[in-house]
Ligand binder design. Structure first.
Ligand code: UDP
Length: 236
């Protein structure tokens, strides 16, 4: 697969075209950002760790019947993916209260959410990714109803698969964010799944093992990502 032009450079990944119009190459960089890009640092090995972590998780999801854009690992920091027409929404499922939910609703961090809750955010850094609802998505044309229904169903299917995967590694999947796009009219999971976009706590000690270590300046960020990976069977 021949890597051609840089199509887009995001906060942590760069996207390149290939000689196949349906396929792209994702390059995972060491850049790490939080607070809508206001805190940015380079963390050594992060690109490699997230690339391999994502490949492992996407493969597990595909085995469970969830359509994903992931095609193949190309190198330590690059993966081949389907080129999706991205839907500009973030789908979040929360099993345990943390992060913006705690700030917004004034609830205690760590309470179980039963049933798990679902939220939608508009992908827009300038606006700070505001929370939106399904009617906003439809009224503004970000996504149509049938696609929203599928995104929600797939996001909850991912929860079933990944809660178990992380539980088997002695971890609690607190919450996570997914992004979807359309490939030949079908809703497909895109972007990435890594400790950058989810919260994972040690099941016994509730130690944070995800990007909150970076957001909150707790240290050992990449060491924790690798620990999470090792516990679920990723080889780095
Ligand atoms: N998240 C993300 N990208 C974003 C916003 C959130 O990956 O732009 C993830 C975040 O890591 C967490 C979940 O989505 O796992 C819920 O995030 P929350 O709304 O609590 O926001 P935050 O605390 O990150 O501001």
């Amino acid at each position: 697969m021949e890597k051609r032009d840089l199509l887009y450079s995001g906060k942590a990944k760069s996207v390149y075209t290939t000689d196949d119009a349906d396929l792209m190459i994702l390059e995972f960089r060491d850049d790490t950002s939080a607070f809508d890009g206001k805190k940015i640092e380079q963390l050594a090995r992060k690109g490699m760790v997230n690339n391999k972590f994502n490949a492992f998780v996407m493969t597990k999801l595909a085995e469970a019947g969830i359509p994903t854009h992931f095609q193949a690992l190309l190198s330590d920091t690059e993966s081949l993916v389907k080129r999706l027409d991205m839907i500009p929404l973030e789908c979040v499922v929360r099993n345990v209260a943390a992060g913006s939910l705690v700030r917004r609703l004034g609830v205690e961090e760590g309470i179980d959410l039963n049933p798990p809750t679902f939220e939608l955010f508009l992908k827009n850094d300038a606006l700070g990714d505001p929370m939106v609802n399904e009617y906003h998505a439809r009224s503004f044309g970000w996504a149509e109803e049938a696609h929203l229904d599928q995104m929600k169903a797939l996001t909850f299917q991912v929860n079933t698969v990944l809660k178990q995967l992380f539980a088997d590694g002695g971890m609690l999947l607190v919450d996570y964010k997914l992004e979807f796009g359309l490939f030949q009219g079908e809703v497909v999971l895109g972007d990435e799944f890594s400790p950058d976009g989810c919260r994972l706590w040690d099941a016994q000690t509730r130690e944070k093992l995800d990007k909150d270590r970076f957001r909150q300046g707790l240290g050992n960020v990449i060491e924790s990502y690798e620990e999470v990976g090792r516990r679920i069977g990723v080889t780095f």
